[in-house]
Design a protein around this ligand. Structure first.
Ligand SMILES: Cc1cc2nc3c(=O)[nH]c(=O)nc-3n(C[C@H](O)[C@H](O)[C@H](O)COP(=O)(O)OP(=O)(O)OC[C@H]3O[C@@H](n4cnc5c(N)ncnc54)[C@H](O)[C@@H]3O)c2cc1C
Ligand code: FES
Length: 296
């Protein structure tokens, strides 16, 4: 197809060594108990889980688990909780099919299988001394939330902290109360937009890239973390670069179908990389060409 595909080693400079839990036996799910569930939106819910053997679950912001529901199947889901609290594992999930719908029917006391954590992390340390900009679309706020918690926990290390969020409608706004709490702080800027107005909405209307254009951060100096539907990430990354943010300071989280999650089966191939092993968090400069190739 005539494009010059980058070297995977260049694509994923932040790929970590496997975390200890994953390295022990990456193919065997560990039993976790559902402590609590919450319906966030009509099609999205959060599960709070604890290991049946009580072991703390350490992870880095941006990493994901394979979540297995017995008799139905296993899906990759990012961790949406606070990395400072390994006593509880949090996943926020949108019901789109067989496995995610089955997970949505679970209640407190149910058991799921967990493999992980897997994959690369949001490199929040790269933003030390810089403006940190989070750009999220839809349920993409969930994989970014651990990085937001981490940055807010070490707020003094960063310049401006800016959260830009786009949802389809006001009713589709994930973590709306938390967005309001962050907006209430004097040291964080939160801007929200919706694609379509329903009910009484007095806020911004339009795509999340409009919020990037509005600014509120030092574009040359900023480090941006972007998560959402692929087309949204592509336009957001382009808008950031157009406004002066360096390509190597823009990070995206990719999704592909997965089976093994440890780099064996090839299901998650993305150009010359495997998303489970080299991603899901990639640096934009090396990913740019792949994003423009339809259905790669
Ligand atoms: C690294 C990684 C992290 C992820 N993190 C999250 C997360 O935090 N929260 C979350 O809700 N989901 C997340 N996903 C997506 C999630 O894995 C899929 O939605 C899930 O695998 C669908 O499985 P299913 O059996 O429910 O649906 P399926 O029966 O497999 O699919 C049903 C329908 O949904 C479509 N579909 C499948 N996958 C997706 C997708 N990724 N996005 C939109 N439509 C899809 C299919 O094309 C099909 O039409 C992540 C995926 C990856 C790779
Ligand atoms: S899911 Fe098997 S290689 Fe990535």
């Amino acid at each position: 197809m005539g494009i010059d595909l980058p070297d995977p080693a260049v694509i994923a400079p932040a790929a970590p060594a496997p975390a200890p839990a994953a390295a022990a036996d990456p193919m065997t799910p560990r039993p976790f108990r559902v402590l609590r569930t919450k319906r966030e939106l009509s099609d999205t819910f959060t599960l709070w889980l604890e290991a049946a053997d009580g072991t703390p679950f350490a992870f880095r912001p941006g990493q994901f688990n394979m979540v297995y529901t017995f008799g139905v199947g296993e899906v990759p889901i990012s961790i949406s909780g606070d990395p400072a609290d390994p006593s509880v594992l949090v996943h926020t999930i949108r019901s789109v099919g067989k496995v995610t719908e089955a997970l949505g029917r679970l209640g407190p006391g149910a058991t799921v299988g967990i493999r992980g954590p897997f994959g690369s992390a949001w490199p929040v340390e790269v933003a030390d001394g810089h403006d940190a900009v989070f750009v999220a679309g839809g349920v993409g706020l969930a994989p970014l939330r651990p990085a937001i918690y981490r940055v807010l926990a070490q707020r003094a290390k960063y310049g401006n902290v800016v959260i830009l969020y786009g949802a389809r409608t006001p009713e589709d706004m994930l973590f709306a109360r938390e967005l309001q709490q962050w907006r209430g702080r004097f040291d964080v800027s939160v801007h929200v937009t919706v694609d379509r107005v329903t009910g009484h909405w007095g806020g911004k209307v339009g795509v999340v890239t409009n919020l990037i254009k509005a600014g509120g951060f030092d574009r040359r100096d900023a480090v941006a973390f972007v998560c959402g539907p692929e087309v949204m990430m592509r336009y957001a990354a382009e808008a950031l670069v157009e406004r002066g943010t360096a390509r190597e300071n823009v990070w995206l989280s990719m999704e592909r179908n997965m089976k093994c999650a440890v780099g064996f089966c090839g299901h998650c191939q993305f150009g010359p990389t495997f998303v489970c092993r080299d991603g899901p968090v990639y640096r934009y400069d090396a990913l740019e060409k792949l994003l423009t190739v339809w259905e790669l």
